[in-house]
Ligand binder design. Sequence first.
Ligand SMILES: *[C@@H]1O[C@H](CO)[C@@H](O)[C@H](O)[C@H]1NC(C)=O
Ligand SMILES: *[C@@H]1O[C@H](CO)[C@@H](O)[C@H](O)[C@H]1NC(C)=O
Ligand SMILES: *[C@@H]1O[C@H](CO)[C@@H](O)[C@H](O)[C@H]1NC(C)=O
Length: 183
Amino acid sequence: MASVLTFFSLYLMLFSTSFTVINAVFSEQSPMAILTKHMEKLTRLHFYFHDTLDGTDPTAIRIAGPANRSFSTTFMTDDPLTEGPEASSKLVGRAQGIYAFASQHDSALLMVMNFAFLEGKYNGSALSILGRNPFLNKVREMPIVGGNGVFRYARGYALAKTVSFTPKTGDAVVEYNVSVLHF
Ligand SMILES: *[C@@H]1O[C@H](CO)[C@@H](O)[C@H](O)[C@H]1NC(C)=O
Ligand SMILES: *[C@@H]1O[C@H](CO)[C@@H](O)[C@H](O)[C@H]1NC(C)=O
Ligand SMILES: *[C@@H]1O[C@H](CO)[C@@H](O)[C@H](O)[C@H]1NC(C)=O
């Protein structure tokens, strides 16, 4: 009897000790539904993305891909985001990331990009976009998968519409409407 009790309490001790350690170190849960109800905000942003491939100071540079086809061609960008469609319009952020020609069958880009904002209370905060951009469509929708700073816990979507494109250079100006939920 005594040895059974000893074994039982030893088992309990080991079990509860390891359970507590795992719970404290690895994960923690809080009542998200309650937080969400009180604190989540919806923010809408509107800006223009300027992708410049030519000239002495291009903001998008080809970094990979074969010379004789577009599929797999990859660009690194540091594109200005402005308040209005003109290049001289107020700078509100920069689109820093990569886009790559990801489709062999139609015209679609893989977009992996951070919109790093510079304006007002958004200065220093960024949104991360990861999505498919069928760039010949009039309006494209891409997911916003996260953010930092004022955009912590962000999720949402971006709508993009090309407002000008120069075939000779590949330069483009794209209008973005971004809607995000965040804390
Ligand atoms: C493209 O270039 C690669 C490497 O030079 C070659 O193997 C391939 O056949 C070319 N493809 C086309 C469609 O010209
Ligand atoms: C944004 O923040 C940086 C770094 O703190 C600062 O140098 C810059 O002046 C700020 N820009 C605006 C528009 O507030
Ligand atoms: C963005 O929203 C404005 C105002 O509602 C609208 O005029 C414009 O067409 C929208 N653009 C995109 C790309 O969704």
